[in-house]
Design a protein around this ligand. Structure first.
Ligand code: GAL
Length: 387
């Protein structure tokens, strides 16, 4: 049995089950080779190890990335092989939504094979909302602020659940998208972006008006604990990715729903999990067979049914998936796709990490002017990133 070395970041739960199922599908269709994931060996810094190996010209056969702009430094440094011909050969071009293929491309070429997608939504505890007399969902950000005030008056002290910096950046992105629209929003994360407009100031101020309704212990709270605030009714709303469903799915004692953030109807804010072919991969044939498995219908079925993510193929069998995912698959076909800075589809790693620092600082200072300068600095010049 020959080992195919694939760095995949999930080490537990549904995420690991999904990667294992994909590896099982690979073993079934490509006899003689077996996926080995060095991340599971438990070293202290597997991501650092991967970067060192890439810099030293000693890549593994494949590794997991966020598809979209996050891979731009890897592409610019020549670390990844372009896969446009493979996409055509595997028939992926025929089944990917057109907007998604554009979103995957970096420098005009595709380098990452998406295993599945996630969508960012506003989740609510419907019982908590109903008890406060809120039957309609908020129409826009101001209406959301008004509803948070109503929830607070009903006894829910911190009605907006918030966790660590990455959940804060997700929420800030939602407000920016709602106020600026998809095109202006996406442009914010590119080099030389203009953060100086009144509309941007207005959006940042609106984000500032939401935070007093969020739990003050957010910076030290884990994501599952933040999500639990909604499940237990300690909060009414949470904005995050649809992976939160995995935390709630087994519990039928309460009712919840996920909807586009107010003011973003018609858009689908996406992020994904994908695998790449490094330049100089030791086992190119094996790696290409792995990527073909990731792209193929059985691989997509194996991965997404376990992870609870959205298959990227328009021909995926909807009967395999939950009603939520069936609706998401339909939306993926016709809504406007918008990338996310928090999860790498909109921006490179340096921009995302600077934006996380900016929202983390704002969480304690509440200074909107500082938030705007710090965000503007994230994109004031092309960020040179090391692989
Ligand atoms: C993303 C990742 C998703 C999910 C999420 C929450 O970055 O791509 O698959 O794991 O984080 O942890």
């Amino acid at each position: 049995m020959t080992a195919l070395e694939v760095y995949a970041w999930a080490t537990g739960g549904a995420e690991k089950d999904a990667v294992d199922a994909l590896a099982g599908e690979f073993a079934r269709t490509v006899p003689g080779r077996q996926v080995v994931n060095p991340v599971l060996a438990g070293g202290p810094d597997p991501e650092g190890d991967l970067r060192s190996r890439l810099r030293a010209g000693d890549p593994p056969d494949s590794f997991q990335v966020h598809p979209g702009a996050e891979a731009q430094n890897l592409v610019a440094s020549g670390a990844l092989v372009a896969l446009d011909e493979c996409f055509a050969r595997w028939g992926l071009d025929d089944v990917l939504p057109a907007g998604l293929r554009d979103g995957l491309a970096v420098g005009g070429a595709v380098h990452a094979v998406p295993a599945g997608l996630h969508r960012l939504l506003l989740w609510s505890n419907d019982g908590v909302l109903a008890r406060a007399g809120l039957t309609a969902r908020p129409a826009d950000v101001d209406d959301l602020v008004r509803q948070l005030e109503v929830l607070r008056a009903s006894g829910v002290r911190y009605p907006l659940a918030l966790g660590p910096d990455w959940t804060q950046l997700e929420l800030l992105e939602a407000v920016l998208l709602a106020r600026l629209g998809p095109d202006r929003f996406a442009a914010l994360w590119t080099a030389g972006a203009d953060w100086s407009g009144d509309d941007v100031a207005d959006a940042l101020a609106a984000y500032g008006r939401l935070l007093p309704y969020a739990n003050p212990d957010r910076d030290g709270l884990s994501f599952p604990d933040a999500a639990a605030r909604v499940r237990t009714g300690a909060a009414g709303y949470l904005f995050t990715g649809d992976w939160v469903r995995a935390l709630w799915a087994g519990d039928r004692s309460w009712s919840w729903s996920g909807r586009p953030f107010p003011g973003t109807a018609g858009t689908f804010q996406w992020l994904g999990d994908a695998f790449v072919l490094p330049e100089n991969a030791p086992d190119v044939d094996g790696a290409l067979a792995w990527l073909a498995t990731v792209a193929g219908a059985p691989g997509q079925q194996a991965f997404n049914t376990r992870k609870g993510s959205i298959p990227v193929r328009a021909d995926a069998d909807r009967a395999d998936h939950s009603p939520y995912l069936r609706a998401a698959m339909a939306d993926l076909e016709h809504l406007q796709l918008v990338p996310s800075c928090t999860h790498g589809s909109a921006a490179g790693r340096a921009v995302t990490s600077a934006a996380l620092t900016a929202v983390g600082a704002f969480s304690s200072t509440g200074d909107v002017g500082d938030l705007r300068s710090a965000l503007a600095a994230t994109t004031d010049e092309p960020r040179r990133e090391r692989v």
